[in-house]
Design a binder for this molecule. Structure first.
Ligand code: CA
Length: 219
């Protein structure tokens, strides 16, 4: 899945990019508030990790502007400010969660998983679509008796479809959800991923809607 990281501290930023990439995510990293205000408009981010103390515009301003414009991407504030006033202000402005630095990567990843599940309207670690189940913790997809851990890109693709079963995603929408800036995307990349998933789980696992895109069945 694709994540927008807003962090001006080079050391923390590099560490987070490495940790998130190791967890199979594509990370776009911006280092100031002005860049963040424009980057949040991009479709395809599963989560925005937002620092508060930033050059040009602070994290509160970025968040407020984004929510005013109707951008509903989940936002997790990551900051060294641990005053209750800051936490309350962040949550009231529309942040979904708040994590105080320093934190352990595994807590960050667990909170990110929780936000992804909440967005998909499910409270446990598994997302369900019809007869399919996708575990956000282990990245396992199950269909009947078949159960396999998906590689990062295949997981990102299924996660995008699982967010709203029954909704069609176009090729461009899927690419936005999987690939970060500067990543070379072959024109048939999505087909290759879908082919690979279908080879393991059967053709019916992903439904093709001719000329429109793909979806997973709702029931
Ligand atoms: Ca900062």
């Amino acid at each position: 899945m694709r994540v927008l990281l807003v962090e001006d501290d080079a050391m923390i930023g590099k560490g987070l990019v490495t940790a998130l990439a190791a967890a199979g995510m594509s990370v776009d990293w911006v280092r100031d508030g002005a860049q963040a205000e424009s980057a949040v408009h991009e479709q395809g981010y599963a989560i925005v990790l937002l620092d508060l103390g930033l050059p040009h515009a602070n994290g509160f301003e970025v968040l407020q502007a984004a929510r005013r414009e109707g951008i509903d991407t989940p936002v997790l504030i990551i900051t060294a400010r641990d005053h209750v006033d800051d936490r309350v202000a962040g949550l009231d402005l529309g942040a979904d969660d708040y994590l105080v630095k320093p934190f352990e990567t595994r807590e960050l990843l667990a909170r990110m998983r929780a936000l992804v599940r909440r967005r998909a309207g499910q409270a446990t670690s598994s997302l369900v679509a019809g007869a399919l189940e996708l575990d956000t913790e282990t990245h396992e997809l199950s269909s009947g008796t078949i159960r396999e851990v998906l590689p990062a890109r295949e997981y990102a693709l299924m996660l995008a479809l699982f967010e709203r079963p029954g909704r069609i995603l176009s090729r461009a929408q899927i690419e936005d959800r999987i690939y970060g800036w500067g990543e070379e995307v072959e024109s048939n990349a999505v087909d290759v991923l879908i082919h690979s998933i279908r080879r393991k789980f059967g053709k019916g696992v992903i439904l093709n809607v001719r000329g429109a895109g793909w979806m997973v069945a709702k029931s």
